[in-house]
Write a protein that binds this ligand. Structure first.
Ligand SMILES: Cc1cc2nc3c(=O)[nH]c(=O)nc-3n(C[C@H](O)[C@H](O)[C@H](O)COP(=O)(O)OP(=O)(O)OC[C@H]3O[C@@H](n4cnc5c(N)ncnc54)[C@H](O)[C@@H]3O)c2cc1C
Length: 591
């Protein structure tokens, strides 16, 4: 494998070009380059030896290193009254966001993948998708001590010789906190301990959590399993046919049109800091893997998108595809919560010392767990009413059928056992954190460029909490956090006044008070998806189930932007499955 920031020695033509050397892009490039020539163009740098990235206990990167951010415009929010700008973060270096993320190793569920397939995507159900997640993975089973502490796994759903290391923390980072968190979450939401949160049936369960980390005896230290450390750097993954050009931006995709079919022929590339624009040609396919924040922008600059919108920027439309940059979405987090430690609990069994991992225990209540026996009916009504009532002019979807189709498959997923929300526990030296995340939000927004200048970031507008159903879930998330703070054994680990000090509304707060707190304190989930959704074109789809951009013959998208629903609660492990499945489909087509 050649990794370089120099273009002078490169060929001008490759069989495949992958745009973006991030989480999904490197997985695709790795598989394609076994027997083909592949050029990956990555905007960020090669940060292979950067300890701040490799150390799993210092997540989130640093600004100016691999971490980059964007800001949303003021969010529509609660009934049009809320105005707030939210910072957005993503990874810009080899490995992309997998080089800076929090390493929580979650997988989609059977119910979620059923919803994805029902939206018009044959071949994407759980049984079809699982083998690709397994292909990507080397799972390290829990050791005897971890098993005695409650960690468990189902061998049948894991992979044991793939590139990505997945493991429980070794040793358990904060065993006393972890066991208290499991017991308290069982009481608060009525959950039971899961045999394996990645077995497709995490709804209704809580568990000690695994992360994407290589705990390798031969390493000097534990190391993050970024896609770069999984699919690119190891000796076993070296490829003669693979060239990775770093610190260069793809401005747009070049195309030709014959008899109504658009064929991608190459890419326009320039140095990240600006300079001479070069052309690289692709003789087979071009795969767009620049992430949910950038892939739609590259399509728009290439003339693929809503024709009227493109013309307003002076871009000649090549494919009129209104779904590009629509259906953009993100989960929300309630993370502005920390509970001061009880002095008697101040030891590494609770605080994890300097080995802090985010979300060491995770609970996945279903609609029934959160709202009672009629929970699935309550959420179905709420989803369908919200989508019917929302004004389309500001909705982020291309038509009301899109909203109704997405609300219906989501409601059906809750009917099976899809998690409604996530509650998770993170140790800390002075405080313990109980955070919560929404999982399948229905609020939708847009991702659009506002200039043809490729060095200017597009405008991400997820319209957080613009749908009433999402606000109702967020209220329940906040109430769950408050209950956890008051429920033993977790409550014994924090001070008696911890809940009051945290600012989280107490259990006797009214729904209106909790709503105000949620709207004032939520933060972005940073799990952007949907901006090039895989679904039928009529409801705003951009790619087919084969990930081919509608109207083109050989332009595919493989990254988080293809997910029309956020059924990968934390996206990374699911996206490795997308990368493996994409490569499989591309190689079959190339035979
Ligand atoms: C701070 C943070 C914490 C997170 N925590 C977790 C977690 O705990 N668990 C989990 O599973 N997920 C987590 N996620 C989400 C997850 O990491 C992302 O959803 C996922 O990595 C996205 O993968 P991707 O392939 O779509 O894009 P990325 O991995 O972001 O890759 C896109 C790549 O394209 C490059 N690029 C962009 N534009 C261009 C261009 N014009 N030309 C060339 N290259 C370009 C970028 O530099 C980047 O390397 C987190 C994300 C963040 C940001």
């Amino acid at each position: 494998t050649v990794i370089t920031n120099e273009t002078s020695a490169l060929q001008t033509s490759y069989e495949f070009i992958v745009i973006g050397g991030g989480t999904t892009g490197l997985a695709v490039a790795n598989r394609l380059s076994i027997n083909h020539t592949v050029l990956v163009v990555e905007l960020g740098a090669d940060m292979m030896d950067d300890e701040s990235i490799n150390n799993p206990f210092t997540p989130f990167g640093t600004p100016g290193g691999c971490q980059s951010s964007m800001e949303t415009p003021p969010q529509v929010g609660s009934n049009g009254t809320r105005v707030r700008v939210q910072p957005q973060s993503y990874g810009v270096c080899l490995g992309g966001s997998s080089s800076i993320n929090a390493l929580m190793g979650s997988r989609p569920t059977f119910a979620g993948m059923t919803a994805l397939e029902a939206l018009g995507n044959p071949g994407w159900g759980w049984n079809d998708f699982l083998p690709f997640m397994q292909k990507s993975e080397t799972f390290t089973p829990p050791d005897a001590i971890q098993r005695a502490d409650g960690a468990n796994y189902f061998a049948a759903v894991h992979g044991f010789d793939g590139p990505v290391g997945v493991s429980f923390a070794i040793p358990f980072v904060a065993p006393e906190l972890q066991n208290a968190a499991v017991n308290t979450t069982e009481s608060v939401y009525g959950l039971s301990l899961s045999p394996d949160l990645g077995n497709g049936f995490s709804g209704g369960h809580v568990a000690h959590y695994y992360e994407h980390i290589h705990f390798n005896e031969t390493l000097q230290a534990d190391r993050r399993s970024s896609s770069a450390w999984s699919y690119l750097y190891p000796q076993s993954q070296q490829r003669k046919g693979l060239t990775v050009l770093v610190q260069h931006r793809v401005n747009s995709v070049l195309t030709t049109t014959a008899r109504g079919n658009v064929t991608a022929t190459g890419v326009l590339v320039e140095p990240a800091t600006g300079g001479k624009v070069l052309t690289f040609k692709a003789t087979k396919e071009i795969i767009l893997s620049a992430g949910a924040l950038h892939s739609p922008a590259i399509l728009q600059r290439s003339g693929v998108g809503n024709a009227t919108f493109l013309q307003s920027l002076g871009i000649t439309p090549v494919v009129d595809l209104p779904g590009v940059g629509s259906n953009f979405q993100d989960s929300i987090l309630l993370t502005n919560v920390s509970f001061p430690l009880s002095p008697s609990a101040n030891n590494t069994n609770v605080t994890a010392g300097d080995k802090v991992l985010v979300g060491v225990v995770v609970g996945h209540p279903t609609a029934r767990d959160a709202f009672g026996p009629n929970g699935t009916d309550i959420i179905r009504t709420s989803l369908l009413n919200s989508s019917a009532a929302f004004p389309l002019s500001v909705s982020g979807v291309v038509n009301s059928d899109s909203f109704i189709a997405q609300a219906t498959v989501s409601a059906n997923a809750y009917e099976i056992d899809h998690p409604l929300l996530e509650i998770f526990y993170t140790p800390g030296s002075q405080a313990l954190n109980v955070w919560s995340q929404s999982i399948l939000p229905l609020s939708r927004g847009t991702l659009r460029i506002n200039t043809t200048n490729p060095s200017v970031d597009p405008v991400p507008n997820p319209q957080y909490l613009s749908i009433e159903a999402d606000i109702q879930v967020a209220i329940r998330m906040a109430r769950g956090i408050a209950q956890a703070a008051l429920t033993p054994p977790f409550s014994d680990l924090i001070t008696p006044t911890a809940l009051t000090e945290s600012g989280v509304p107490p259990p006797n707060a009214t729904d209106a008070q909790v709503r105000d707190w949620v709207l004032a304190t939520y933060t972005p989930g940073i799990h952007f998806v949907g901006s090039n959704s895989m679904m039928p074109k009529e409801i705003g789809g951009v790619v087919s189930p084969e990930l081919v951009v509608y109207g083109t013959t050989n332009l595919r998208v493989a990254d988080a932007s293809i997910m029309p629903l956020s059924v990968f609660p934390h996206c990374t492990l699911g996206l490795y499955g997308v990368g493996e499945k994409a490569a499989d489909m591309i190689l079959r087509a190339a035979e």
